[in-house]
Design a protein around this ligand. Sequence first.
Ligand SMILES: NC(=O)c1ccc[n+]([C@@H]2O[C@H](COP(=O)([O-])OP(=O)(O)OC[C@H]3O[C@@H](n4cnc5c(N)ncnc54)[C@H](O)[C@@H]3O)[C@@H](O)[C@H]2O)c1
Length: 478
Amino acid sequence: MKSKSDLPGKNLQRRDFLKATAVTGLGLAVAPRLAFGRKQADRKVNIAFIGVGGRGRSHLRNLLNRDDVFVPAICDIDPEAIQKSQNMLQKAGARQAEVFTGSDFAYRDLLEKKDIDGVIIATPWLWHTRMAVDAMKAGIMAGVEVSAANTIEECWDMVNTHEETGTHVMILENVCYRRDVMAVLNMVRQDVFGELMHARCGYRHDLRGVKFNPGVTFGEGARGEARWRTQHSIYRNGDLYPTHGVGPIATMMDINRGNRFVSLTSHATKSRGLHNYIINHPEGGPNHPNAKIKWELGDVVTTLINTAKGETILVTHDTNLPRPYSLNFEVQGEKGLADFDYHTRRIYIEGISKPHQWDGMDRNEGETGQTDQMEQSAADTKSWLEKYDHPLWKKYGEYAAGSGHGGMDFFVDHAFVESVKRGDPPPLDAYDAAAWSAITPLSERSITEGNAPQYFPDFTRGKWINNKPLFATKGDDY
Ligand SMILES: NC(=O)c1ccc[n+]([C@@H]2O[C@H](COP(=O)([O-])OP(=O)(O)OC[C@H]3O[C@@H](n4cnc5c(N)ncnc54)[C@H](O)[C@@H]3O)[C@@H](O)[C@H]2O)c1
């Protein structure tokens, strides 16, 4: 069977995109011939969507590129989002989806449809757990966007429902699949750093133009995430979006699989960024009604997590101040460390790197700015990232490149679809969703209680001791 990926137009588009987004110096695999569905011959799955805003449509675009997925139904309360999605289906030559809309709970009618194998949930945060729980109760595997839960109760709801129904939920944390992140995961598993000691990560993203859109408006009548995300900054002070940073580190530290998060403390700065944005914006000003709002969310929230195996993880949430985007990764072990982000990828391993000097992780230093000051290890003709490039990226790298966020979105959708097809536990499961999402309510409580330590529930009920790592353990499969 010829994959849709073999259509010349689609490949061309992908290659063009690839030039702009490839991780420098990794080298490109020859375009793979994709044959999705081979494992379970010709099994196609019906994947429905709840929430087809910006993120939902990005998943939809990826799934429409596959020949093993039908999209029988979509649900959204916004007619414009529905129309845009139907246009995408039409353009892809797919049947129009059955539409569920008109009320916040129309999604429950969608879940009653008999022919749905999986559902992608990309709605505002406060809907995630409720929708994922209802999907599992309907026997439908849920792929839920990040974060998966808002409260400790919701974290338990997710785990308990999974255990009661035997149906899975996958947290769709795409950053776990970033190419450099997966290469560092490979290094961790191949003992390049020795025993891990410490990691740093975060979500450092100037979201002022997302929280206010257009101008300085938010809430009803605003656009995109400004309709719902901004409210959280008024009422909540904590790390509101921990999983892009913590998810990848959790896979490296085998959280819930030989290790677990034990406790955390959180600290928040004062809040200035959102107020300043409003008063300095041409459509705002000091007399604008939104200038009176008291923002609860500290501009920079810093959390320190302890793990059962004795590592610490420093997590930053920083979304209200002017700054370039950064997830701020560092992974440190007994033998050395990697410090990696989109514009800086460097590593130091004792005995391999020149003493006290970083090695650039990319071969092509010129393209990453800062790395041209760094020495490449002369002993190794391949760059670190090439040498440890994950088999999944070697196989699907070129295909993935046009899928969003530099390619990682392909892999998270691929893992979800393959898990649904095979009925396998997903690589990022209910326990991951619970442990990672729990950081938000625990950090809020720590800040409220004067930075007091907070303890993570053991969502695995002790199974973490014997659980084996699952994420990216299937070679180049999914
Ligand atoms: N992993 C990533 O890289 C990434 C990127 C962007 C967003 N996200 C996450 O994806 C989720 C969605 O974000 P977005 O940017 O698409 O937001 P969005 O506001 O663009 O889309 C949300 C959609 O949900 C719909 N919706 C709201 N309530 C609903 C209900 N009760 N039933 C059905 N539909 C409903 C809205 O009408 C809207 O179309 C969020 O959790 C966000 O954090 C993740």
